[in-house]
Ligand binder design. Structure first.
Ligand SMILES: *[C@@H]1O[C@H](CO)[C@@H](O)[C@H](O)[C@H]1NC(C)=O
Ligand SMILES: *[C@@H]1O[C@H](CO)[C@@H](O)[C@H](O)[C@H]1NC(C)=O
Ligand SMILES: *[C@@H]1O[C@H](CO)[C@@H](O)[C@H](O)[C@H]1NC(C)=O
Length: 221
């Protein structure tokens, strides 16, 4: 692949991607782990079965808190206007779904400042009317999302463990290096002294030998 082709690649990918995201609707599951004090997106996507058919839809949300046994209506979105119907969520819900259209396929909402009391099950309901040439067809879709609310952001155990292991291995390696260095230094120093002592002894031996029989120098090597 030439350099010029490589330069074009991102552009081509961009165009392909843009084309897909305009047309294709994908029903992604919502996230389910919220954290106290942070925002949380309740995702709810309902794709039209017949993408080409004109349609309009309204979206409603219900909530059943953990421990409760009934859903209560908390939010409705129709004619591009959202309305909170439950005082627990007053000023805390924002529309995050399809914008500037009556033909909603994304009905997601956003909870501002999550509290532990938001723990529970949410029900998302799409009421859709498909408009054909001579008649209209009404369908509905319901999705349930159960969320957990964590007191504060918690990291996965694996991530914490691997960080600890990283520090342990870094410190361990350095200690090992240090020990090795000291050991080697002492070994070399000892070897040096030994060599000195040996050569001195040899010298003395030779000296005394040569004094005795005057043949020392030849024997020394
Ligand atoms: C979030 O809610 C808590 C308790 O309800 C409140 O004390 C805090 O001020 C809120 N924070 C924001 C940013 O609204
Ligand atoms: C949660 O609910 C309890 C009981 O209904 C209430 O007393 C408390 O104020 C609520 N907490 C928040 C942060 O809304
Ligand atoms: C949803 O659609 C089903 C048929 O698919 C119908 O029986 C039901 O009454 C509808 N629900 C509402 C609330 O309109």
């Amino acid at each position: 692949m030439s350099a010029v082709q490589l330069l074009w690649m991102p552009l081509v990918l961009c165009v392909v991607h843009g084309g897909l995201s305009n047309g294709a609707c994908v029903e992604v599951d919502s996230d389910t782990e919220a954290v106290v004090g942070q925002g949380f997106k309740l995702g709810c996507i309902s794709c039209k079965m017949r993408g080409e058919v004109e349609a309009s839809a309204t979206v409603d949300w219900w909530f059943m808190a953990k421990g409760e046994s009934e859903f209560s209506h908390i939010y409705s979105y129709a004619d591009m206007v959202g309305m909170v119907n439950d005082e627990r969520f007053l000023d805390r819900l924002d529309w995050m779904g399809s914008k500037n259209t009556f033909d909603l396929q994304d009905g997601s909402i956003y909870i501002v400042n999550v509290t532990l009391n938001d723990t529970g099950t949410y029900r998302c309901y799409f009421d859709r009317t498909l408009t054909f040439s001579y008649y209209e067809y009404r369908t509905n879709t319901t999705k349930y999302i159960t969320i957990n609310v964590a007191p504060k952001a918690s990291r996965g155990m694996a991530s914490i463990l691997s960080e600890v292991m990283m520090y342990v291995s870094i410190i361990g390696l350095q200690l090992w290096l240090l020990v090795e260095m000291v050991y080697c230094y002492r070994k070399i120093a000892a070897a040096g002294e030994e060599a000195l002592r040996e050569s001195a002894a040899e010298y003395l031996a030779i000296a005394s030998e040569s004094k005795d029989n005057c043949t020392g120098v030849a024997v020394a090597e």
